[in-house]
Design a binder for this molecule. Structure first.
Ligand SMILES: CCCSCc1cc(N)cc2c(=O)[nH]c(N)nc12
Length: 372
């Protein structure tokens, strides 16, 4: 197969389930995408990430351009070969990470210049350079180069930033060119302003993309404001293309986003919190470092089939976290990513069966029971 396609298979209310077909494999939607920032999902072997059920993972233009550089990865056969992951990879375009990580940033119409947070070296990112880096990496899904303003921000700042991102979206589209088998996603901006988001959606639709991201959220606005924006933002985007909500989120954020028409999400939370001893379960969150677990022979989650829950007790997990043993982050990261993928599979099945409302009710009822 040399082409890509998105097929909607069922809807239930605004929730949708479908598939994105690419030459490197199929992505079942709604999909959760683990984040592999520096060519690794931290504390996980690629085979383990695949075993959790992930169909796709994320990489970061910003991190990989600084170290080991996109040119080196290209010379070594591309990111898939480099990190031993042969399924699809989506890469973010770098602007968001520059604004959150780099030093001495300078933003102009052309792009951004900045100093590396690693060694202070000077760099420039533009829509054209971002497309070139993502091509060198071999990304299956390429993100437009955009600017994501930190919230809160006044309306004029949000409007100005969104319009810059739309000009950058056109330049990204022009620089990406015609690449059968690869997808380019536009990124909607506009903060929490419905009319600015509509303007952004129309600008992206006129340019034309293989998928559309809802950007500019999960930047401190809180769940209520995010859901308020998701009441209208997904519906402003083309119905026949994938809709990707960037940087989200906690399990209840994810269920609420799918309910409102989102098809793809990514977040560092399950892997990052796994390394700090925070387990996400169907009954809520468990801090395994809490002393109450030190004699508990039960698994994290009696109903979970991941290696951590099948083979280890809470007492053991508590011990290896207290002892700062490497296996601690491995086991809890595996559990969290497994749980996230189970949640996505449960939603895909519920939407296909027209039972999403019941799924959502059960999801919240289990968490309300407490006693975890
Ligand atoms: C690997 C990380 C991917 S998601 C990063 C991210 C997260 C959030 N919350 C928003 C944005 C955004 O508006 N634009 C871009 N490019 N990225 C964003």
């Amino acid at each position: 197969m040399t082409k890509t396609s998105f097929t909607l298979q069922a809807t239930d209310g605004l929730a949708r389930t479908g598939r994105i077909d690419t030459p490197r494999g199929t992505i079942r939607t709604p999909a959760f995408m683990p984040v592999g920032t520096a060519a690794t999902v931290k504390a996980m072997m690629p085979e383990s990430v695949a075993a959790t059920g992930a169909d796709i993972l994320l990489g970061n233009t910003y991190h990989l351009m600084l170290r080991p550089t996109a040119e080196r990865i290209d010379r070594l056969g591309g990111l898939h070969r480099f990190m031993n992951w042969d399924k699809p990879i989506l890469t973010d375009s770098g602007g968001f990470q520059v604004m959150s990580l780099a030093d001495l940033r300078k933003l102009t119409e052309k792009g951004v210049t900045f100093k590396s947070h690693i060694d202070g070296s000077k760099h420039e990112l533009t829509p054209e350079r971002s497309m070139d880096i993502q091509r060198l990496l071999g990304s299956d899904i390429v993100m437009c180069f955009d600017e994501c303003p930190a919230l809160p921000a006044d309306r004029d700042r949000i409007a100005e930033s969104m319009r810059l991102s739309m000009r950058w979206a056109q330049r990204s589209r022009d620089a990406f060119g015609d690449r059968p088998g690869y997808m380019l996603f536009g990124i909607q901006q506009g903060g929490l302003e419905e009319d600015l988001r509509a303007e952004s959606a129309e600008a992206l639709r006129a340019i034309g993309f293989d998928g559309y991201a809802v950007g500019g959220l999960a930047v401190g606005e809180g769940q209520e404001a995010m859901f308020g924006c998701l009441e209208y933002a997904p519906g402003q985007l083309p119905e026949d293309k994938p809709r990707y909500l960037m940087g989200v989120g906690k399990p209840d954020d994810i269920v609420g986003a799918v309910k409102r028409g989102i098809d793809m999400m990514d977040c560092v939370l399950p892997s990052r919190s796994g390394r700090t001893g925070q387990a996400w379960t169907r009954r809520g969150q468990v801090n395994i470092k809490n002393a109450r677990h030190q004699d508990d022979p039960r698994p994290l989650d009696e109903d979970c089939t991941c290696p951590a829950c099948r083979n280890y007790s809470r007492a053991y997990l508590h011990h290896v976290f207290r002892a700062q043993e490497m296996i601690s982050g491995m086991l809890l990261t595996w559990h969290n990513l497994h749980y996230y993928q189970e949640l996505m599979q449960g939603m895909r099945e519920a939407i296909a069966a027209g039972q999403f409302a019941a799924f959502e009710a059960d999801f919240h009822a289990l968490r309300a029971e407490g006693d975890i």
